[in-house]
Structures are given as structure tokens and as C-alpha cells.
Design a protein around this ligand. Structure first.
Ligand SMILES: Cc1cc2nc3c(=O)[nH]c(=O)nc-3n(C[C@H](O)[C@H](O)[C@H](O)COP(=O)(O)OP(=O)(O)OC[C@H]3O[C@@H](n4cnc5c(N)ncnc54)[C@H](O)[C@@H]3O)c2cc1C
Length: 509
């Protein structure tokens, strides 16, 4: 903020795009204020399939620019965050009567060669009668292709970008809705409402980035007072989580008879994640929930392949999100472009507004760089692009050094169980030691909330990662929610409320 109390940039939205832009901009020396109306990653960014991928299917829609950029990002992001991103092999069975084998091979040849692959292994053909990947499937599938992409803990990717933005000086405000924003000549004057306390503050900025994801048109209409806005097409996608269907570390890529595809992915050690769907959505994005028809669709599509069918009663959790796709007029939801579009207006005396339509988690860093180019055009250049080789918090260890990191951490904290230690390194990387602090025994980690979740971790998340409610901890910072029961969650909520008010009281003294 400058001496007159004006920020360079006000970012609306704490999803992957807002946090990625805030990080890049703060690191270049711009002053940044980011407002998120709920929790970080509470929008689309924690409801994805969690793949850092080129998007094999997008080749069919000739989205070569997007696929190439996304493929190139896989190894960049993996090396910047090897704790929360890791390589995964995908098994794509050939299905008689669907895409021919030559087409799959051609697509995978392009996939292997257009995206600067260095560490990720290339595609190979599998004989499913011999390969263990064939075991959980029906014997109909004798041939498959195995290719590489990466897996990401999506919600943590968002939070780590926010953390790094804050470490570079950005102000990150959660539970803070930008209720209105008006131009006062060369500046914006925004009213930011704290949704927990009801208090309002005025934030002044030279430029606004509207990174509100599925709410991007709402922000244009209700916050900025525009009429007749229709830039994004909201497309719902849902997932189901079932008890582990297979032991293999590889994921499956299944083709469906309707031309769509679904994934079945090893998830949180004991589960399989199956998704996704694609259907137009016209409700409030925050209210989206899986429909009965989507549950049936996913169970049927997966049961076409697995020898042991996927039944409704196997489902332990479901989640749904809304893709904010740029409306390119495609007739089917699955055909709408997955590429991003950045539109700017203002300048020459009129405070600039930059909007984001569409985008993937995979391409968030490149999107931020493209956005920074536009920002520089309005505010003048500060620093150079820097995020390509800058580790995210906790990711400062060698890209293939995860196991070594776990061994070292275990050696330093022998009282932690193997699974617990591994989980902490997966979530926090080199910062896992800070989560544990000076504790020398499990008892010293403080109160236990179930499933390896102790007070020390909760306090770390409250102090460093903007966690305020039990849901923030259980479903976004960790996925302990899959294992923690209702009573434990209620106890955690109460504990966090008490801890927050004790801290407020101490700060007021
Ligand atoms: C089912 C599904 C599967 C997907 N799978 C993948 C995948 O495997 N790989 C991949 O790369 N991508 C995937 N995506 C796409 C990816 O998840 C999204 O493109 C991305 O998360 C969008 O991020 P965002 O920051 O634009 O939006 P969001 O994450 O929705 O963030 C926008 C934020 O703005 C906030 N906000 C809105 N209005 C205001 C306001 N007035 N004031 C303050 N805050 C406000 C919201 O609360 C929200 O948190 C998937 C998407 C879906 C739905």
C-alpha cells in the first residue's frame, strides 16, 4: 500500500487463479490485497479431479495450445511442490467399439511429444491379461495404454500460493466479500465486508482483478453494477469416493459409450475417487450438489470396467463443483473450451478492471504470468517473471526426493507413526517440522481430534494457513474429514472457536 493508503491490486477471489496472481504480483513488488468471501479454495478449486494434466481428451477438440501449455506445466509445478504434486501413471483400456487403438496411440504419441516431458515416463502398451492393472477389471479388456500425468492436492495448492503471496507482502483476507466497488477516477474504492463480524472496510486500489471463478459474472453484475453480463458457462462436475477398488498405484482412464471419459484414481490411501460428470448448471455455484442421475451415471460407467461393480451403497463421500468455462457457444457442456480468456478494460484515467474467464488448475501459473503482463501494461513494470523455478512453501526439496524427506523427518521425530509422519510431509513438506514444533512425544502434540489430527497441527493451520472452522481443517487443509466422525468434528469446531477468541482477547490486551 502506498502512503495514501492505496494498493496496486485488489484481487477478488481466493481460488487458484486469485491466489496464483496475488503470489506472482506480490513477488514482483506490487502491493496486493486479496479478498475471499469464504475460505481459500472453498469454490471450484477444491472440487476438481486433482490432476495436473495436459488433458488427453482436449486433443479431440483441437485445443493444442492449451494441451501443450498444460503438458509443459506438469513438470514445472511438480518440481515446485513435490510434496503436494506427484507423478501418476494412467491405464487407458482399449474398449471394442469405442475409440480405435490407432487413435489412442496417436493421441498419446502427441501427448508424449508436444509438452517438453523430461522426468515423466513415456507411454507404453500393456497386455492386460498379464499386467496387474488388468486384475480388478473385467476380462474383456485385453489391451491398454499406460501414460503419465501428475496428481495435485488442489486445495493445498491454493493455500500455499496464498501463503507465499503473504510471505511476499500481500494482504490475504478470508471470509471477506467484496460487496461493491466503484471507480473514483484513476482508483477503485471497494467495500469489503467481513462475513463473520459484519464489519465493513474500504479498500482503495489502482486496479482490480476479478478472479471470482463461477461468480465472475455475478461480481461484474452485482459488485460492479454491470447489466447483461454473460461470459461464462457454468458446468457442473461431480465425483464419488468409494472404498479402495484396487491396490495398484496407477489410476484408470475409462472411455464411456457417450463419448465422455471418467477417471478412477487411488485416493487418500484407502479410497478410490471416481469422476467426473459434465452438465450445464444454472443455480448458485455455492449450492451445487451431486444429483441422483450423476450418481447412477458414475456407478454405471465405472461398473462397465470393474469386475466388481460400483454400487450406490459403496459411496463414502461425494463432491460437486462448477466449472466457470468461457462461453464459446459450444453446444455440449463437455465440448466448451477449457482454455482461459483474460479481458481487460480501463486505463487512460479510468481505473483498470481485469477479468478471468475459464482456466484449469494446471495452467494457473501461466495464467498468472499472462495476467501480470496485462497488469504491467497498466501499472508499469516492476519485477520479472519468477515463479517458474520458485518452490512453493514446503516444496524446497529435490523433485524426486520425497521418500528421503519422509525418512529424514521420521528420523528426527521417532515418536510419530509411519503413516502420520508420511502424511505430514505430504501436506507440509519441509515445513512438517514446524507443525510438530518442539514436541518430543505424541502427548506433547496436544489434544487429539481423531485420525492422527492433533492440536499442534490445528494451531499451525490457524496461525499460518487462515483456517478458521473445522471444515477448513478437515476438508480443505487436510482430508481428515473422511476419517473423523461427527462428534470429533464438533469438538474440533468448539476448540477452534475457543482458541480464536482467546487469541483475540490476548491481542486486545
Ligand atoms: C469437476 C471438476 C473437475 C476439474 N478437474 C480439474 C483437473 O483435474 N485439473 C485441472 O487443472 N482443473 C480441473 N478443473 C478446473 C479447475 O478446478 C478450475 O478451473 C479452477 O479451480 C478455477 O479456479 P478459480 O480460482 O478461477 O475459481 P474458484 O476456485 O471458484 O475461486 C473463486 C473464488 O472467488 C470467491 N468469490 C466470489 N465472489 C467473491 C466476492 N464478491 N468477494 C470475494 N470473493 C469472492 C469464491 O468464494 C471462490 O473461492 C476441474 C473443475 C471441476 C468443476
Amino acid at each position: 500500500m502506498d502512503a495514501a493508503g492505496i494498493y496496486d491490486i485488489l484481487v477478488i477471489g481466493g481460488g487458484i487463479n486469485g491466489c496464483g496472481i496475488a503470489r506472482d504480483a506480490a513477488g514482483r513488488g506490487y502491493s496486493v490485497f486479496l479478498a475471499e468471501m469464504n475460505d481459500l479454495a472453498s469454490g471450484t478449486s477444491s472440487w476438481s479431479t486433482k490432476l495436473i494434466h495436459g488433458g488427453l481428451r482436449y486433443l479431440e477438440h483441437y485445443e493444442f495450445r492449451l494441451v501443450r501449455e498444460a503438458l509443459m506445466e506438469r513438470e514445472v509445478l511438480w518440481s515446485n511442490a513435490p510434496h503436494i504434486i506427484w507423478p501418476m501413471r494412467f491405464v487407458l483400456p482399449h474398449h471394442e467399439g469405442l475409440r480405435p487403438a490407432w487413435l489412442l496411440r496417436l493421441g498419446l504419441f502427441l501427448y508424449d511429444h508436444i509438452g517438453g516431458r523430461k522426468l515423466l515416463p513415456a507411454t507404453k502398451t500393456l497386455d492386460m491379461r498379464r499386467d496387474p492393472a488388468g486384475e480388478p477389471l473385467k476380462p474383456l479388456y485385453s489391451r491398454a495404454f499406460e501414460y503419465s500425468d501428475c496428481w495435485v492436492n488442489d486445495a493445498r495448492l491454493v493455500v500455499l500460493n496464498a501463503r507465499d503471496a503473504a510471505d511476499h507482502g500481500a494482504v490475504i483476507r478470508t471470509r471477506s466479500r467484496v460487496a461493491s466497488a466503484q471507480r473514483t477516477g484513476e482508483h477503485w474504492q471497494a467495500v469489503v465486508e467481513n462475513r463473520r463480524t459484519g464489519t465493513k472496510e474500504t479498500v482503495r486500489a489502482r486496479l482490480i482483478v476479478n478472479a471470482a471463478g463461477p461468480w465472475v459474472d455475478d461480481v461484474l453484475a452485482s459488485t460492479l453494477g454491470r447489466n447483461d453480463v454473460h461470459n461464462v458457462r457454468l458446468v457442473q462436475g461431480s465425483h464419488i469416493v468409494v472404498a479402495k477398488k484396487f491396490d495398484d498405484p496407477r489410476a484408470y482412464f475409462f472411455q464411456n459409450r457417450d463419448g465422455r471419459i471418467i477417471f478412477a484414481i487411488p485416493y487418500e490411501e484407502e479410497y478410490t475417487l471416481i469422476g467426473t460428470t459434465d452438465r450445464d448448471y444454472d443455480g448458485e455455484p455455492g449450492d451445487v450438489a451431486i444429483s441422483e442421475a450423476e450418481i447412477d451415471y458414475l456407478c454405471e460407467a465405472a461398473s462397465e470396467y470393474f469386475a466388481e461393480p460400483v454400487r450406490r451403497e459403496d459411496i463414502v463421500w461425494t463432491y460437486s463443483g462448477v466449472r466457470p468455462l468461457f462461453d464459446d457457444g459450444a453446444s455440449k457442456a463437455q465440448e466448451a473450451t477449457r482454455d482461459y480468456v483474460l479481458r481487460s478494460e480501463g486505463g487512460e484515467g479510468k481505473a483498470p478492471l481485469l477479468n478471468i474467464f475459464g482456466g484449469k488448475i494446471t495452467t494457473y501459473r501461466r495464467l498468472a504470468e499472462a495476467m501480470l503482463e496485462k497488469i504491467e501494461g497498466f501499472l508499469g513494470r516492476k519485477g520479472k517473471p519468477w515463479t517458474m523455478s520458485a518452490p512453493l512453501p514446503g516444496g524446497d526439496f529435490p523433485v524426486i526426493g520425497f521418500e528421503e524427506q519422509v525418512s529424514r523427518f521420521r528420523g528426527e521425530h521417532p515418536f510419530l507413526g509411519a503413516a502420520h509422519a508420511r502424511r505430514l510431509v505430504r501436506l507440509y513438506g519441509t515445513k512438517a517440522a514446524r507443525v510438530v514444533g518442539l514436541a518430543k512425544s505424541t502427548a506433547e502434540l496436544g489434544r487429539h481430534f481423531g485420525a492422527d489430527l492433533y492440536e499442534a497441527e490445528v494451531r499451525y493451520l490457524m496461525a499460518n494457513e487462515w483456517a478458521v472452522t473445522a471444515d477448513d481443517v478437515l476438508w480443505r487443509r487436510t482430508k481428515r474429514g473422511l476419517r473423523v466422525g461427527g462428534e470429533e468434528a464438533a469438538a474440533l469446531e468448539e476448540f477452534m472457536r475457543g482458541a480464536a477468541s482467546r487469541e483475540e482477547a490476548a491481542a486486545a490486551e
